[in-house]
Design a protein around this ligand. Structure first.
Ligand code: HEC
Length: 147
C-alpha cells in the first residue's frame, strides 16, 4: 500500500517537472527570443532611417509605424544586409567617419531576424516614444536644442 502511494507521488512529481519544463521556452520568448517591431525594430528605424524615411523627405516610403514598415520588411532586410541602406559611401576601411550612418552588425541582425520571422508587431507598449521630427525642411538634426 505505501509503495503504491510512493509510486503515485513519484509520477506526480515527474508530471509536474515536465509541465515546468514545457512552460520554460514560452517564458523565454517573452523576455528575449522573438524580435518584434515595437520593441526591437522601431528604435533602429528611428535612429537610422526616419531622417529620410518620413513624409516630405527623400526616402520613397515612410517608416514611422508598424503599418508603414510591415510591407517593407523583406526589402528592409535586403537593403540593410547588403548595406545599401542607410546610404553611406565612404569606405570604412579608411578609418571611422564622424557622421558614419552605417548600422552595427547587431542592428542588421535584428532587422533581418524580424523579416525572417514574419515581421511580428509585438506589443505596442514596448515601443519607444515617436520622434518629434521638425516640420518639413532640413533633415540635419542638432545634438541639442537650447530654448
Ligand atoms: C540619407 C537618407 C536615407 C536614409 C538615412 C535611409 N534611406 Fe532608405 N532610401 C533612401 C532613398 C533616397 C531611397 C530610394 C532610392 C534608392 O532605392 O536608393 C531609399 C530606399 C530604401 C528602400 C527601398 C530599396 C529598394 O531596393 O527599392 C528600403 C527598403 C530602404 N530605403 C530602407 C531603409 C532603412 C531600413 C534605413 C535605415 C536602416 C534607411 N533606408 C535609411 C534614403 C535613405
Amino acid at each position: 500500500m505505501t509503495t503504491r502511494i510512493a509510486f503515485v507521488f513519484a509520477i506526480g512529481v515527474l508530471v509536474m517537472g515536465a509541465a515546468v519544463l514545457a512552460m520554460t521556452p514560452e517564458a523565454g520568448q517573452e523576455t528575449g527570443g522573438a524580435v518584434t517591431f515595437h520593441r526591437d525594430v522601431l528604435p533602429i528605424l528611428q535612429k537610422n532611417c526616419q531622417s529620410c524615411h518620413r513624409p516630405g523627405q527623400i526616402g520613397p516610403m515612410p517608416l514611422l509605424s508598424y503599418k508603414e514598415a510591415r510591407p517593407w520588411a523583406k526589402a528592409i532586410r535586403e537593403a540593410v544586409v547588403s548595406r545599401k541602406m542607410p546610404p553611406w559611401f565612404a569606405d570604412p576601411q579608411y578609418g571611422h567617419f564622424t557622421n558614419d550612418r552605417s548600422l552595427k552588425q547587431t542592428e542588421i541582425d535584428t532587422l533581418a531576424a524580424w523579416a525572417n520571422s514574419g515581421a511580428p508587431e509585438g506589443d505596442r507598449k514596448d515601443s519607444p516614444l515617436p520622434v518629434r521630427w521638425p516640420e518639413g525642411g532640413s533633415n540635419i538634426q542638432p545634438d541639442a536644442v537650447v530654448e
